[in-house]
Design a protein around this ligand. Sequence first.
Ligand SMILES: Nc1ncnc2c1ncn2[C@@H]1O[C@H](COP(=O)(O)OP(=O)(O)OP(=O)(O)O)[C@@H](O)[C@H]1O
Ligand SMILES: [Mg+2]
Length: 627
Amino acid sequence: MKRIQRLPDHLVNQIAAGEVVERPASALKEMLENSLDAGAGKITVDLAQGGIKLIRVTDNGSGIAPDDLPLALDRHATSKIHSLSDLESVATLGFRGEGLASVASVSRLTLTSRPQDSAHAHQIVAIDGTLHPVEPAAHPEGTSVEVVDLYFNTPARRKFLKSEATEYAHCSATFERIALAHPHVEFLLRHNGKVVQRLPTQTLAERIGAILGRDFVDAALTVDAEAAGLTLRGLVASPTYSKASRDAQYFYVNGRFVRDKLAQHAIRQAFRDVLHHERHPCYALFLTLPPEGVDVNVHPTKIEVRFRESQAIHQFVFHGVNKVLANTVAGSTPQQVGFGQPPSDGAAPAPSLAPSAAPTLTARPVYQQQSSLPLSVAREASATYATMFAGVREDEQRLANRPALPEASANVGSLAAFAPATAAALPATDPDGLPPLGFALAQLHGVYILAQCAEGLILVDMHAAHERIVYERLKTALEADAIPSQPLLLPVSFAADKLEVATVHDEATGMQRLGLDLAPLSPTQIAVRAVPIWLKDGDPVELARAVIKDVREAGMTRVLTERRNELLATMACHGAVRANRQLTLTEMNALLRDMEATERSNQCNHGRPTWVRLSMKELDGLFLRGR
Ligand SMILES: Nc1ncnc2c1ncn2[C@@H]1O[C@H](COP(=O)(O)OP(=O)(O)OP(=O)(O)O)[C@@H](O)[C@H]1O
Ligand SMILES: [Mg+2]
């Protein structure tokens, strides 16, 4: 074994650089964070050859005193913390005092700065980690850091660099992550001399739109939660916008972009109910909490953090997101519609079918279509509706009064009565008020319901919508206690294997909570005696089989806890109205009213939209009217 020796500082820095400066984008991140910590209001980035040749960041921040210039490039030298207690409540992006030292050890770096209110600028050059003397220079108030030829002195690392295009893409992603969180700062990005992004000072919504695209913002829901010193703000895309990749997931803790498993998990959970598992939710969310509540010193590039009270944070993030997703009641936010070019001579541009009222960070989505309808029309429609609905109400009343069915005061979700539970859930009877989803006109090919609303035409996917309604009812009922069941007039039996029969025998109580009354008839037969009241029009045997299968595979306890929503979704799918089933206008209207009263009814259980709206303007556009 050789003798132990102390490593030279330069080598220590180079080793540290391995952790901090993985590629040009990581050097850019260090530099941008320093500019933000210096309070810059404007930051300009110049890149050449994907950042491999040149990264220059210029800011108008506080600047560095001439005597401090060598220190800025020294390892373990920082102006941001002084003591251990400072480390416990870091409010700046940097604090380790190694960012610039690491970059300088693997490049040719020039640091030029003029402190605010100072008449002169000074400069220091570091090549291969060797500092040259501080010299006067020309520079406006603020700081420039210029990094040339990254890894010129560490060929092994240089070999790991990817193509210019790839390195540029990483730099651009880094730039966007940082710019997204600082809308009040002006940013400019140039690559090989060309301006690629210019961001003026903006509101958060505008900045998100500039970086993630207008369509993201248009399809987004506003998150704005606050509790016990925590806030969660930002946008989540409505589930129908979700992407197949994880690209558009931006999560920040106290302004710092992080990859946090805990937060990702909480957000995924909130989306679980409305998003197909292969799709990824899109979001830009900003969590703030007192700095003492989070340890930022757990990763050299600070991409990870550790929360002191992780459980509470998980809950808070989950609820913040879940709440806005639960608010996607049908009719409350416009659904995106996408169409190809209308048949035309090709000269006319495609009509824009973007929703008319995009939710913004300040304005919540509102029911926006009633006011434009002439009073008389609205009155007439409401009256017609009341008449049509009267029958359904009576049916429901009768059922509620039937002694054999005490649960029927909860919803009767059969096709004969898609009615909401209480009169309060009905649309406003205000003479001016039309329900958001309007009134049914007809059924199209047994699949879609067409309805007229104040703004134009509503199209509803009836199976998807009904499935969601039934699913939400099952969830609410089970959360409260048990799902009300409806005895079948004639029990049906089906052939089953021994394990299925045993499952039914063992789990009768659990099955009852699920609204199912199953009984072993013989060692090879099971009888279905009652089904959940909202599923009585479905196939009882298919339903029973599906539930038994789940219980057998996962066990009743898990089925009633962690796998509950999956099971209820399966049940809802079996009970939901099938395509090609003819509905009367009354039934269709009742379904529309139910959608308006049901949480998350904008999406089916798989995240597809349940309805879309075509406004008169959009329809006029299709026919090139008014041009
Ligand atoms: N753009 C800038 N404007 C003003 N001061 C700067 C700028 N860049 C660096 N400095 C000064 O140089 C010091 C060293 O910067 P460096 O990035 O190496 O460390 P840090 O930001 O303190 O911590 P970290 O290693 O976590 O980034 C900073 O503490 C700051 O005082
Ligand atoms: Mg720094």
